[in-house]
Design a protein around this ligand. Structure first.
Ligand SMILES: NC(=O)c1ccc[n+]([C@@H]2O[C@H](COP(=O)([O-])OP(=O)(O)OC[C@H]3O[C@@H](n4cnc5c(N)ncnc54)[C@H](O)[C@@H]3O)[C@@H](O)[C@H]2O)c1
Length: 358
């Protein structure tokens, strides 16, 4: 008799469609486990943290929240943010607290084109376009350094300073991660993105580090592109992209552009990785809580299910991750799609179709 592998996963659906897509992802993963003939199973613990929790307790998660999460093998996250709580409080109180507290310094966000999904890109073809945005996820513009002051000057007189932090260690580890990822891909190329013409300190340190690290990878093609030019390149020459590495803010913006080009924000998956595995990593769709469509059962679960595939890979279930990727492609290829990508299916219909295609 073979022993069963059990994976302890913390689920944090949080707000809005986060709850709907996490439920969909859990259903798919449990179906996969049920079909494994007892080889593996998921032990889920769900945490009610988010904006409702804030209304009751005045905090987005308990003080010992990170210590509680530390014991899990991975975190499966929905989306945080609701109109009742200022966005900077909800984001810093939960998602950024977990990402930074667990040093999840690499955020991997593929721009993946699916069969059957119409892209606004004229050149789009799911057999040719495929790139990954690698986002520095621990410092940069989201380091949280700064403050507000001088409110005593009265209305209109306050000042705010928001500083970006670039460390050579932080730049080097994410750039090296991008090169290692590029070596696993058909096109071995890394595009580095900064705004170093205008931001002459942190981003020039990034550029210098990029050049230094690149010399260790002579087999990988490179380019350095300013973020404004890169946003145009995403639209005009996406066929020239493979791995795009950028700072926290720049990669956040570029990855939303990428997922919109692939058809919808609802399709985009992501992994927040602590590559050294000192802390649990966190898997979540790129999109937010979508208050405009929450509670209607029509949000796209593919971003969250794709993130679950990332989680399977992270847990060592590589064949299952590949099967899940193929099931997503078969589902969109068969035209089972939610309204954001032009379909009429519900969240539940798409979830069931993915399970049927496993
Ligand atoms: N990682 C996160 O937790 C995260 C990320 C981004 C935004 N937010 C928060 O989410 C809230 C709403 O932000 P927003 O409106 O700027 O971004 P959003 O991603 O929630 O929504 C942007 C647009 O995309 C659509 N969309 C998003 N997810 C979808 C899905 N699964 N299926 C179909 N359509 C989908 C929405 O309907 C909306 O039109 C805010 O509070 C914001 O702070 C959280």
């Amino acid at each position: 008799m073979t022993s069963q592998r059990r994976f302890r996963i913390a689920a944090i659906p949080a707000d809005g469609v986060g709850a709907e897509v996490v439920a969909a992802g859990r259903t798919v993963l449990d179906a996969l486990a049920a079909a494994s003939g007892g080889a593996f199973a998921f032990d889920w613990t769900e945490f009610p943290w988010g904006s409702d929790y804030y209304a009751e307790h005045g905090v987005m998660m308990p003080d010992d929240g990170l210590a509680t999460l530390q014991d899990f093998e991975a975190i499966y996250f929905g989306a945080v943010g609701w109109p009742t709580v200022p966005d900077h409080i909800s984001l810093w109180g939960l998602r950024l607290r977990i990402c930074q507290g667990f040093d999840q310094w690499a955020n991997v966000r593929p721009v993946h084109f699916l069969p059957g999904v119409v892209s606004p890109l004229r050149k789009a073809d799911d057999t040719e376009l495929d790139w990954v945005v690698v986002r520095e996820n621990s410092e940069g513009e989201y380091a949280g350094l700064g403050g507000r002051n001088l409110s005593a000057r009265g209305a209109g007189g306050e000042v705010a300073v928001q500083s970006a932090l670039f460390t050579e260690v932080g730049c080097e580890r994410i750039i090296r991660f991008a090169f290692e990822l590029a070596r696993t891909r058909a096109r071995k190329k890394v595009s580095s993105v900064t705004k170093s013409n205008a931001q002459q300190y942190g981003m020039v340190l990034w550029d210098d580090t990029f050049r230094r690290v690149a010399s260790d990878y002579p087999d990988v093609e490179t380019e350095s592109v300013l973020v404004d030019a890169m946003s145009a390149k995403f639209v005009l020459h996406p066929e020239d992209l493979s791995v795009v590495v950028a700072s926290n803010l720049n990669a956040d913006i570029l990855s939303d552009l990428g997922s919109a080009l692939a058809g919808s924000l609802g399709l985009a998956a992501s992994a927040n990785l602590n590559p050294e595995r000192r802390y649990p990593s966190m898997f979540e769709p790129v999109h937010g809580s979508a208050p405009d469509i929450a509670g209607r059962g029509v949000c796209n679960p593919i971003g969250a299910v794709g993130s679950a595939a990332f989680m399977l890979d992270h847990l060592g279930l590589h064949d299952e991750a590949a099967r899940l990727g193929k099931a997503i492609e078969a589902t969109t290829g068969a035209g089972v799609m939610t309204p954001d990508v032009g379909g009429t299916a519900t969240t539940a219909d798409v979830t069931q179709a993915i399970i049927d295609h496993l």
